[in-house]
Design a protein around this ligand. Structure first.
Ligand SMILES: [Fe+2]
Ligand SMILES: [Fe+2]
Length: 214
């Protein structure tokens, strides 16, 4: 699958050597997750008529900063809000983008997908949507198989379900929702009308709350 995707769809000028660089940056089990995310993101992209090569590349790159120490994450991605300061791990998407840019990676669609994978796609970037859904539902997680199956039929519906469930879950637990996650929530076509009245106190009801996503 990997070789097939790279041969058929990759963007060679933006890609050479990056897979190996990621392998050296993360723990072995993380790399296994990374490959599963890339493969699933590519499948979701193919099923929805989207950019398979970029979805695969973004999947490979998405957790490049995930195993860095907190101090390094804070240096690469200075906190934008109280949640960031309290939970530096949540910064690894933004930190990953910073790192990639400093190393010369220049595909803005992929960079945005890496940045947004922790808090949710900001809207208008289907590659970011593929990676976000693949990250929360790849088979190794053991959860969200329903979201994975849905994404292989209809990515927009899967995204809606995943993000609404996440916001509902967090708010149900009394946990403050990250402003970027709220942005992602408001980017959903069904929730755009709520954007004028933040914060979201009562998102549209979804019956089952899924486990918290990383
Ligand atoms: Fe991640
Ligand atoms: Fe991940």
């Amino acid at each position: 699958m990997i070789a097939h995707v790279l041969t058929q769809h990759a963007h060679p000028t933006a890609w050479t050597g990056w897979e190996e660089r990621v392998r050296l940056m993360v723990r072995p089990r993380r790399y296994e997750h990374v490959v599963r995310v890339a493969e699933l993101a590519a499948r979701i992209a193919a099923a929805n008529g989207l950019d398979v090569g970029r979805a695969y590349a973004a999947g490979i790159l998405h957790d490049i900063a995930r195993d860095l120490p907190d101090a390094e994450l804070l240096r690469l991605a200075p906190p934008e809000c109280e949640i960031d300061g309290l939970h530096p791990l949540a910064l690894h998407g933004r930190a990953g983008r910073t790192l990639l840019e400093r190393w010369g990676y220049a595909d803005l669609v992929v960079l945005e997908a890496v940045e947004d994978h922790t808090t949710g796609p900001r809207g208008g970037n289907p590659v970011a949507q593929c990676v976000y859904i693949a990250d929360v539902s790849e088979p190794g997680r053991g959860v969200n198989a329903d979201i994975r199956d849905l994404a292989l039929q209809d990515l927009n519906k899967a995204l809606e379900k995943a993000i609404i469930s996440k916001v509902t879950y967090l708010q149900g637990k009394g946990i403050t929702v990250h402003p970027r996650t709220l942005r992602s929530y408001h980017a959903l076509p069904c929730c755009a009308h709520l954007a004028a009245s933040p914060p979201v106190d009562s998102p549209p009801v979804q019956p089952a709350a899924t486990p918290a996503f990383r």
